[in-house]
Ligand binder design. Structure first.
Ligand code: SIN
Length: 352
């Protein structure tokens, strides 16, 4: 009995000593490790996006990261996760607003299920030149759309450019609206995009970007619409026989930061980020055209895809076919935004 009491007492003293020193050790290591001071000054921005690195968005993300690092003397580091490596279309908004990442750059269409006004940027043939798109993104439309985000935990930093969308499919050349009849397309989300395909009797499935290739490969879908840089970098052209240069709508990005994170940044870091954002926007506006152009040259040189370019007369027919989309849009897009689209269209009417 005596031996039992002695052993129990030893074990008890041992456990209490270990617990005491163990806790104390943890507390001390946080309080007194002077290396922690340096770590706490480092700000990391985890930037997740779904596109490839050799695209306008991928290259702009890199440009932005380098600029922020330089302007903050290495105090802020932007870590880029591309190709949907950590978050994809269906969960990147949640990841941003709950603070799992600090930055995302979804295609503007992907905000439309939460913020219906964002559909205005998907109206077919709404903006027919790069200048018209710039006027929308950097003018009244962009301002109103970014304001709309204020009711969420996302802060809109601005817009980045990619390019005009083109149709691809594996059935036959698409030249006239009637050529869309009965084809099945992958789309980004939003009633406006669905209405665009409805108007020409095509059916659609909303699929995430990173699942598109697989769905083309197994022939679940006949085609998709995208910029040349996405068609090239994601190798969609390998599963498609026909591409139509229709320039029927524009694909660009909303650049978003977690709002709680933004509010905690120092004033000087916020200023550096805003300035890097302005420089990157300017860079990607100028370079996105060149990136898409050089990749279509590569497609012509290295692939078998047939590329048809719509003439102005053919484009006129598509614009007529898409008119019902504008009527449907009145149900879900603010009149002030639709008026601004009209104004921009009239302003650039010589290009129509
Ligand atoms: C992207 O460019 O980020 C993806 C666009 C798409 O989902 O088609």
């Amino acid at each position: 009995m005596k031996t039992f009491i002695t052993i129990t007492a030893f074990i008890l003293v041992g456990v209490l000593t270990a617990l005491f020193f163990g806790f104390n050790q943890t507390a001390n290591s946080i309080d007194y490790d002077d290396e922690q001071e340096g770590i706490s000054e480092q700000v990391i921005i985890r930037f997740s996006h779904v596109a490839a690195e050799n695209t306008p968005k991928g290259l702009a993300a890199r440009y932005f990261a380098e600029s922020v690092q330089m302007k903050t003397n290495d105090e802020v580091t932007v870590e880029i996760y591309s190709n949907g490596e950590i978050y994809q279309d269906q969960n990147e908004w949640e990841a941003l607003t709950s603070g799992k990442v600090e930055m995302i750059a979804p295609a503007t269409a992907k905000l439309s299920p939460l913020f219906p006004d964002w559909q205005v940027l998907d109206l077919p043939y709404a903006f027919q030149t790069e200048q018209a798109v710039q006027e929308a993104y950097e003018g009244k439309i962009g301002e109103e759309l970014l304001n709309d985000l204020k009711r969420s935990n996302a802060k809109g930093l601005g817009f980045w450019y990619n390019g005009f969308k083109q149709f691809t499919n594996d059935q036959h050349p698409i030249i006239q609206p009637v050529d869309m009849d009965q084809l099945h397309f992958r789309t980004m989300p939003g009633p406006t995009i669905a209405a665009q395909f409805d108007a020409v009797n095509a059916s659609t499935s909303e699929l995430s970007f990173n699942k598109t290739y697989r769905n083309l490969e197994v022939d679940f879908i006949d085609g998709q619409e995208n910029t040349v840089s996405n068609i090239y970098s994601k190798k969609f052209y390998k599963e498609q026989s026909f591409m139509t240069i229709s320039n029927h709508a524009y694909l660009g990005y909303a650049i978003l930061m977690n709002k709680s994170f933004w509010n905690k940044l120092s004033k000087s870091h916020q200023e550096a980020i805003v300035s890097s954002m302005e420089e990157t926007t300017d860079w990607v506006r100028r370079h996105s055209i060149e990136i898409n152009d050089s990749q279509i040259r590569e497609l012509k040189r290295t692939s078998d895809i047939q590329i048809d370019v719509l003439t102005n007369a053919q484009r006129k027919k598509w614009k007529e076919a898409f008119l019902p989309v504008y009527i449907q849009a009145e149900k879900s897009i603010s009149p002030s935004l639709l008026r601004e689209v009209k104004r921009i269209q009239n302003h650039y009417s010589s290009h129509n």
